[in-house]
Design a protein around this ligand. Sequence first.
Ligand SMILES: Nc1ncnc2c1ncn2[C@@H]1O[C@H](COP(=O)(O)OP(=O)(O)OP(=O)(O)O)[C@@H](O)[C@H]1O
Ligand SMILES: [Mg+2]
Length: 1108
Amino acid sequence: MEVKTSLLDNMIGVGDMVLLEPLSEDSFIENLRKRFDHNEIYTYIGSVVISMNPYRSLPIFTPEKVEEYRNRNFYELSPHIYALADEAYRSLRDQDKDQCILITGESGAGKTEASKLVMSYVAAVCGKGQEVNKVKEQLLQSNPVLEAFGNAKTVRNDNSSRFGKYMDIEFDFKGDPLGGVISNYLLEKSRVVKQPRGERNFHIFYQLLSGASDDTLKKLKLDRDYSKYNYLSLDSAVVNGLDDAANFRTVKNAMQIVGFMEDEVQSVLELVAAVLKLGDIEFKPESRCNGSDESRIKDKNDLKEMCELLGIEQSVLERAFSYRTVEARLEKVSTTLNVAQAYYARDALAKNLYSRLFSWLVTRINESIKAQTKARHKVMGVLDIYGFEIFEDNSFEQFIINYCNEKLQQIFIELTLREEQEEYVREGIEWTNIEYFNNAIICDLIENHQNGILAMLDEECLRPGTVTDETFLDKLNTICAEHQHFESRLSKNSKFLTDHSLPHNCFRIQHYAGKVLYRVEGFVDKNNDLLYRDLSQAMYKANHSLIKQLFPEGNPGKVNLKRPPTAGFQFRASVGTLMKNLQTKNPNYIRCIKPNDKKASHIFTDSLVCHQVRYLGLMENVRVRRAGYAFRQAYEPCLERYKMLCKRTWPHWRGPAREGVEVLMADLPVPAEEFSFGRSKIFIRNPRTLFFLEERRRQCLQDLATLIQKIYRGWKCRSHFLLLKKSQIVVAAWYRRYAQEKKYQKIKSATTVVQSYTRGWQARKLLRELKYQKRCEEAVTTISAFWHGTQARMELRRLKQEARNKHAVTVIWAYWQGTKVRREYRKFFRANAGKKIYDFTIQRIMQKYFLGLKSTMPSMSPIDKSWPARPYRFLDGVHRELPRIFHLWRCKKYRSQFTEEKKAVYEEKLEASEIFKDKKALYPSSVSQPFKGDYLEISTNPKYQKLNSAVDEKVLLADVVNKINRANGKGTARIFLLTKKSVVLADQKTGQVKASVPLPDLASVSVSTQSDGFFALRLKEGSASAVKGDFLLSSEHLIEIITKLHRTGATAADSKQLNVDISDEFLVQFKHDKVCVKFIQGAPKNGNSVSCKRKNNRLLEVSVPTTA
Ligand SMILES: Nc1ncnc2c1ncn2[C@@H]1O[C@H](COP(=O)(O)OP(=O)(O)OP(=O)(O)O)[C@@H](O)[C@H]1O
Ligand SMILES: [Mg+2]
């Protein structure tokens, strides 16, 4: 790809008019034409961009082009609007200078397109991100919405802006867009009700009718047919190359992106529809009795539909079209409207409705695109105002539009021409003055506060009495007659008396861009911009939130009798504010030129272009640029920027900045005439010199960057190297250590291996030797064993032989001896042998019997009755005696183990056996039960502590017994205590002693023969205890109680013994009666319990169940 470094490369004609040689109007136009023919639509005059409208799309606005121009020097590439946009954006971002882009040119010259190009370029190059992209999108999408409502087809331009627009785009410090503010200037609202021939109404009407769905149209009560609507001119309703339906979709989409709510869009469309409907309301005259005409609505259907759309009561609006109420202080006068007035009122309402809707749209868009942060921001303003226009029939709107263009031209002149020249003078730079046309005089003609046209129009509007457009013209004729830019047939200036091109009801102004003939008709009305209060009140009453908002003055609660400021006044004020605003910013100019009047591409009409070049003052602009200096900069920033180009100023210059710059420039190969030193600035004549400086600076910066890079890289490499070196030493040390360790471990393991092999080898050798030795020893042993064995066997054989021989000798000797003895004792043998053998045999048998008995002895248990069987009958006596002796011995042994206590126990048991054995059936079951004595643990149990203390003696027996009641035979539990001296009966629960019987008072004890526990303590007659009578008791430990009583009683009574009567029938003395207690054997009832029943006074029967 070809890389351009200067706009001079491959230049078609001259890219910058400053370089044009020779400079003349013809060569200027020729240069423009040449470039235009080669599709070079942009040409510079210094930093001003001239833009020719190509009337076709050129492939120079692609994303690639954006990238090409991005961050490039202004003079580096061929002229382009992008270069200007880039320059403005960069100086905004990098130098913190607010910018404004002023786009001027006549209608159709391409201002709106240029403004969109600038915005799209800035949007493309500034920051990205979700939030930023949303802001960008909203800013960009505000254009289609405003164009739809504010642009219309005119004879000059199919998309002519019918309002002025100034948009401030706000950026943060990084250059990212934050939001924006749009200001709109006077919409040409007369277009709503009437359009000149060949023109149409605002785009939105056509877009709505052709683009909206059937459903939407039905809702809006509209018909797709344009011809149904009076406000839509028919002759040019369809514009070539303009797809209204598609544009409608674009607009709706744009509204959605900008942030309009669904219901807001609907309300807006309802208003648009209402305007269309309003145009169709027609009036007819109706004569009144006083002879005057009164207007009546012809067909109320449209009115009805419109009222339905806007939620207005039909009668209210109908009345507002018929009457006009004038309020003055306390008075209220109502007059009827005639047909003309009704039409006027209708159109005024339509215009107001539409223009207020438009202003609301701008406000609403502003709400959406408003910057969200309050942080300080930089601003880039883009001004796209309606272009200067001359129509056949020019009215108030054109007057205003052209005034605005005058002001813009003024500011251009101010800043580019006058300011520049003044600066040269101020800076003391040698300078020959350049003549140029200053349009301040025209501005003054229009806006002068005392006798300016606008001031006079206001004066006329506010004046009491009859005011008409003619009176206004008269006034102009008198006051402005002498002004050299004002022309009127009836002015005092007789020059124009015979000028037939100047009709009577017109005046002409020589604008900077040409003469414009204004028809005064409507000037007063349009300036007044009055809407009958009845109408605004009717609108306020609407049940439609948007309409209500648009007509706040209709609020009856806030009636304002003051006249609202006139349209002209408002416009002048807002233009004044705009101019002030623009003057605070760094201007960037785009001068748009229209190549032909046919809206056609490839046609370059010299005269038309020449006219524009002239009135735009482009020639003067070039002359000033050429005579002057292309670039200027204060010394400090200049020195700061270029000080690296000279060794003496780099890196620091200690002296004053100016001297520094002088030294710097002297050092550079730049001819002296190329620059001049002003008081505070250096002026550089040629852009190329500047570019040369920039180029040198860029190279120097590159060199410096290289130097910094070199030093940095050197430092980085060195520190890296040192680090590597240090690391290498550490690594080497560690590695060496590691290697040595490895080597050592290897040697060590090798040594171990060698050692183990050697040791193994030695061990094996030793083992072999030892094995050999062992084998030798074994062999020796074996041999010697065999040898010894042989020897032993031989010896054994010899000994055996010897023993056999000896035995044989002994046997032989014994036989011989026997023979000898028998022979010798034969004579004694028969007499004693029998007895001796018998004794011997008996002795042997006894011996054997006793030895055998030793091992078959029975156990040591005295009850073991076993005894080994008798072997021989002759031992019968021994056999009988021996067990007895053994048993006695065994019992003695057994007894000898007994302690005294045990002995006493056994004695008791023995006594029990003596008393009861074979006498009482209960006895056998008691044998195995030990006599415990104290069953209640009376001495230790705290319960019986009291009882224990009541008894002095040692308790021999303590048990619970049943005391039998003689009355019913039932038992009562009593504690039975036996001490050495007495028997005590006590209450079981309380432990209270019930009876204490000294043992000597006991006569006898009676028990039955059966297995019951009944016993009777029979007392000696006459004893102290006998008073209460005998005791009949029963106990579970009967045997023990009686035995103990028997033993103790005997001791106590010093008698031999206490009698124990065992019989099944005995008498018991209860107090005075004697009762017989009889024991019978009964069938077991209620288990095995013994039952005692009183049979009669003298008999108690105890039934004892038979035990199986
Ligand atoms: N750079 C361009 N490339 C292609 N066509 C262009 C360009 N600039 C303008 N045009 C064409 O010229 C027409 C008029 O341009 P534009 O609407 O920008 O004029 P204007 O100066 O804003 O006029 P007005 O003052 O009436 O608003 C556009 O609709 C478009 O067809
Ligand atoms: Mg425009």
